[in-house]
Ligand binder design. Structure first.
Ligand SMILES: C[S@@+](CC[C@H](N)C(=O)[O-])C[C@H]1O[C@@H](n2cnc3c(N)ncnc32)[C@H](O)[C@@H]1O
Length: 225
């Protein structure tokens, strides 16, 4: 008898459609002022020698590159279900030492159990693309995977506080990724979900107004005990 197959899971590719994946880097750079928020994200993460950083939904490897520009001696692990994006990530980061590790798959704590427990976890531009239950699951499992005392950094479309940001978000991201998955972010639910997942000291440390809506960096900690 053949083995039962795991249930098929779907996901939204990096740029909304698979055929757009090769254009993701260009798109994210011009539509989100990426250079600015990504560098600030890495500043907040303060990667240091000995850190083990897990990047959930690592896409085309842009966080890995930004971390390598900032510091050396960091071990980086990325996981993403998208094979094409992961191929791009591996090619772009092949010269970094130590070479970043990328694995193709949906993130769960058990999927990364063979790696050392991360001291820092990043989730960038992933949570606005998944449904409410998946947002909560990813955050719960991120907490489970993190080493005690470790930190979580979420960079994503957060609460859209002004009329201009709400309009830009509606005309761009919500057209591409739909309203269902993106509206909880716009309504300010990310910090709430992070607290519900068991994180402490959840705080929005910076917000960036972009042509596609406001992107927030939200930081949180996992208690030591
Ligand atoms: C908009 S891209 C962001 C990529 C990258 N984090 C960045 O900052 O450029 C979202 C990524 O999340 C991945 N993704 C979607 N659902 C996921 C899930 N359940 N677990 C892990 N990654 C997921 C997608 O394949 C995609 O590469």
């Amino acid at each position: 008898m053949s083995e039962p197959k795991p249930p098929m899971r779907s996901y939204t590719p990096a740029a909304g459609y698979h055929w757009l994946t090769p254009l993701y880097d260009f798109g994210v750079a011009v539509t989100t002022r990426e250079r600015i928020w990504r560098e600030r994200l890495v500043d907040h993460m303060a990667p240091a020698e000995g850190d083990i950083i897990l990047d959930i939904g690592s896409g085309t490897g842009n966080l890995s590159l930004a971390i390598a520009r900032h510091s050396s001696g960091v071990r980086y692990l990325g996981i993403d279900p998208d094979e094409a994006a992961t191929r791009i990530a591996r090619t772009k980061t092949a010269r970094i030492i130590p070479v970043p590790e990328f694995c193709v798959g949906f993130f769960s704590a058990s999927a990364v159990a063979c790696w050392p427990a991360p001291t820092k976890v990043a989730i960038c531009l992933v949570l606005h693309q998944v449904g409410l239950e998946e947002k909560a699951r990813l955050l719960r499992e991120a907490r489970q995977a993190l080493a005690p005392g470790g930190k979580l950094f979420v960079a994503d479309y957060g609460e859209q506080r002004s009329r201009l940001m709400r309009t830009l978000f509606r005309l761009t991201i919500q057209q591409l990724d739909g309203v269902h998955d993106t509206q909880p972010n716009a309504d300010g639910l990310l910090p709430v979900l992070m607290r519900e997942a068991g994180f402490r000291d959840v705080r929005e440390v910076e917000t960036f107004r972009t042509p596609t809506g406001a992107i927030a960096i939200i930081e949180a900690g996992k208690p030591t005990a």
